[in-house]
Design a protein around this ligand. Sequence first.
Ligand code: TUI
Length: 316
Amino acid sequence: MRTQITELLGIEYPVIQGGMAWVADEHIAAAVSNAGGLGLIGGASAPGETVREMIRRCRALTDRPFGVNVMLMSPYADEVARVVIEEGVKVVTTGAGMPGAYLPAWKEAGIRVIPVVASVALARMMQKAGADAVVAEGMESGGHIGEATTMTLVPQVADAVSIPVIAAGGIADGRGMAAAFLLGAEGVQLGTRFVASLEANVHQNYKERIVAAKDVDSVVTGTRYGHPIRCIRNQMTRTYLQEEAAGKSFEELEYLTLGSLRKAVQEGDVKNGSVMAGQSAGLIHDIRSCREIMAEMTQQCRTLLAQNAARFSAEV
Ligand code: TUI
């Protein structure tokens, strides 16, 4: 499966794993890379040295390319930005902010830079700043999100920039993958689907909550304060949304979410913790290996694109 993204990154399938906080460690990153996609280590809010150790351990687990996601709201973003250069990381994605200040040094170091954007304006800005590709992430995604849907954002970003676009948000199988290509993407990024994998270092309760989720089981907290986060509905989101509606300040609400992602991911407290996941949770019915997920998704995508080429051909 060759696209501009497989060529740019030297990978077999145009599939990237999201750089999810508390989830995207060296195990899942190496599993996705070994399955032919691009695994990512999520810097999240970890100090530079922690990320350095994850990168080194990932190298021991795979010979294939992998990347690091730099979460720009992290207090350690500067450190992590330096560590990826020092460690010779080949691909960097960024999220939750503007990576402009880091771009020149990364490019100088020969790193492929792929910012995650949630708007056309930011995609244009990133192309101008020298990005190699962008991830256009729709609000179906889990975690910190923008306002546009994948269906509307991806084609608009594809029209606005000449660098390759990777679609993210709401994609969990070969149908979503095929749809993304038709919208103008050259690759896809999946988060939630890979959380429900055997290799994800995530509490079983969290994985099972994703598998049990229905189409309408996620909610967005923090919209009022310009900090929208999508997670699966539970006691934490009910309390948060009630207090948000009652006009409590962002600072007052933060006590509900601080450390709550770790509580869900590591302790398995899916009632009081923050179970970040995208709307695609409703599409996920099993916990499989990354290799199986990748093989099934890419095969389904190929089959659909081939079948439908004939079905919608003008020569009936
Ligand atoms: O970054 C994400 N998703 C995330 S990050 C995260 S962990 C977290 N921890 C503490 C605080 C906040 C988050 C959980 N999920 N996705 C990529 C993404 N980036 N989505 C939206 C954006 C984005 C938004 C605004 C990118 C740039 C941007 O720039 C505008 C500005 O004003 O900074």
